[in-house]
Design a protein around this ligand. Structure first.
Ligand SMILES: [Zn+2]
Length: 107
């Protein structure tokens, strides 16, 4: 989601967290996210819907603040997730769905 070429700023984020028994350290349970979006995903500030679009939590969309909020979060709402070319490297849809339920419950 980050459109950032600087690999050193990207984390391998869990879709289903480590703390969950289903939170396996596999590519299919992972997203390449920059530090900010990794934290925002973990905190349910943004989520990924089962149609693989980025969703920003409603209360965050209503906030008024500086450019980081506006360009870094709010403007990403409804943007499609960019997917790896190889199917095997893409996120597991069940994991995405399961995690999205938690995002929805949070906001
Ligand atoms: Zn990012």
């Amino acid at each position: 989601m980050c459109r950032l070429r600087h690999i050193s700023l990207l984390d391998a984020a869990h879709i289903i967290p480590d703390s969950d028994e289903r939170g396996v350290p596999a590519v299919s349970n992972g997203l390449a996210l920059c530090k900010i979006h990794h934290a925002a995903y973990d905190e349910n500030i943004l989520g990924i819907s089962p149609d693989l679009k980025i969703r920003v939590r409603t209360d965050i969309l209503r906030e008024v603040d500086g450019p980081m909020l506006k360009y870094g979060l709010q403007e990403m709402n409804d943007a499609p997730l960019s997917l790896p070319r190889r199917r095997i490297d893409r996120p597991n849809l069940e994991a995405i769905e399961q995690r999205y339920e938690r995002f929805r419950a949070a906001g």
